[in-house]
Ligand binder design. Structure first.
Ligand SMILES: *Cc1c(COP(=O)(O)O)cnc(C)c1O
Ligand SMILES: [Zn+2]
Length: 424
């Protein structure tokens, strides 16, 4: 069971070294101790960590960060743990790639790909959030580390649990791509395939967390988990030589990543670690599952749930837990959003592979296709730098492209066979 007591100073940790001071409701600002709770008892708003920023600023300088190992813990003062990091020593610090051939095809001056498809160890952005949630699960003494997932989160939770020697349960929809299922099973967790949508699974897991007290990365550990996503923003600013990007396009599923990118940019701004104005943030969704973009276009504050119908399965969440926060950030930053069809997603996956040699999964295709739509509609100007967050790896879901690519040139084994086929 996760203890209900305030664990700010667990045995063995040097209690004086952390900056986490508690949790706070995002909506009504009520404060709570830093336990495994995730909703405000007063208003049901999401809880987020609070830090002693003055204390963080004493040690978190550009020089100090630059001298630290190239993993997500280089920003440790802004991450919600109280002891030592337990996992994630090879997670984060993914490439930010200047994509000039892609820029030429899109007719823009500068575009960058933040490639979390090569994140370690499980090739998606989830290794960031899970590194933090798993460390916090250990600090809480959770007996089981678990999650409700559309695929990538299960892969990452299972891998980090294996490395930590934690018992692990992952809950996934029973219609996932084989690569995503095997990519969890191989680490030895108990994989539970649920006959239902992600949203059904999330509800089920909330009940399991209540009853058994397991540490669910994205449910009762969500306040900590979500903070890991900020490291993507920290890295982008650091990789741009401590400056802010102008425009950032992020996929939206449960709505963790996009608001935490914004929170990360704001923290770097407020601490004086990155110069320039804050970026405009843009949401990318598949047309078959676009509750947030629909709400944006309709001027609603809260998304209406939808029933997902898209091959971009890793972002097929019809009732996003943090959809409200995504809408807030799109407005506050002056950005916007776009939804794109499965055909547009496939063509963006091919475009990215053919121009830059990056094979992303449908979620990344969604983000690039939405970027393209936002450029073409004039929402993103052509003469300011754009960062596209590519969050997953295409090799995991290669069959998503089957039937859309030219077949190999099939030949016999002789030179004559090749010449005949080549010259035909
Ligand atoms: C989980 C995931 C996302 C984004 O999910 P959020 O819940 O909105 O943070 C995006 N892309 C991929 C590949 C993912 O696995
Ligand atoms: Zn509240």
């Amino acid at each position: 069971m996760i203890p209900a007591t305030d664990p700010l100073a667990p045995p063995g940790a040097s209690a004086s070294s952390h900056t986490l001071t508690g949790l706070q409701c995002h909506v009504c600002h009520a404060t709570y101790p830093a336990t495994a709770s995730f909703v405000c008892q007063a208003c049901f708003g999401p809880l987020e960590p609070v830090y002693d920023y003055a204390r963080a600023a004493q040690t978190l300088t550009r020089e100090a960060i630059a001298s630290r190992p190239r993993n997500l813990w280089r920003y440790r003062e802004l991450l919600p743990i109280t002891g030592k990091p337990r996992t994630g020593f090879t997670s984060g610090w993914t490439p930010l790639i200047r994509a000039d051939r892609l820029a030429a095809r899109l007719g823009v001056e500068a575009i960058y790909i933040k490639d979390d498809g090569v994140n370690h160890p499980t090739l998606s952005y989830k290794d960031r959030v899970v590194s933090v949630a798993a460390t916090r699960a250990v600090e809480f003494g959770a007996s089981v580390f678990a999650c409700a997932s559309t695929g990538n989160l299960a892969n990452s939770v299972a891998a980090h649990a294996a490395r930590l020697g934690l018992a692990c349960f992952v809950f996934i929809p029973d219609n996932l791509e084989p690569g995503k299922v095997i990519g969890s099973s191989v680490y030895g967790p108990r994989v539970v395939a649920v006959n239902g949508t992600y949203d059904d699974i999330n509800r089920l897991c909330t009940q399991i967390a209540d009853r058994y007290g397991w540490g669910f990365a994205n449910i009762n550990l969500r306040a900590y988990y979500a903070e890991g996503a900020k490291t993507c923003a920290f890295e982008i600013a650091e990789q741009l030589d401590w400056t802010m990007p102008a425009h950032v396009v992020s996929p939206v599923a449960g709505g963790t990543l996009l608001p935490r990118l914004w929170r990360g940019f704001r923290e770097f701004h407020d601490l004086g670690l990155a110069s320039g104005p804050l970026p405009k943030m843009y949401a990318a969704q598949a047309a078959g599952c676009a509750p947030v973009v629909n709400a944006l276009e309709a001027g609603l504050e809260h998304p209406d749930p939808v029933r997902p119908n898209t091959f971009a399965k890793s972002i097929a969440i019809g009732n996003p837990a943090d959809g409200f926060q995504v809408l807030e950030v799109l407005k506050a930053s002056g950005g916007w959003g776009a939804k794109v069809t499965d055909e547009e997603i496939v063509s963006a996956m091919r475009l990215l592979a053919e121009t830059e040699g990056i094979f992303t999964e449908p979620a990344g295709g969604t983000t690039l296709a939405a970027t393209r739509a936002l450029i073409e509609s004039g929402r993103i100007p052509r003469n300011e730098p754009i960062v596209v967050c590519v969050t997953g790896n295409g090799f995991k879901t290669a069959e998503a492209l089957s039937g859309t690519l030219p077949a190999p040139l099939a030949i016999g084994r002789s030179f004559a066979d090749f010449v005949k086929a080549y010259e035909a």
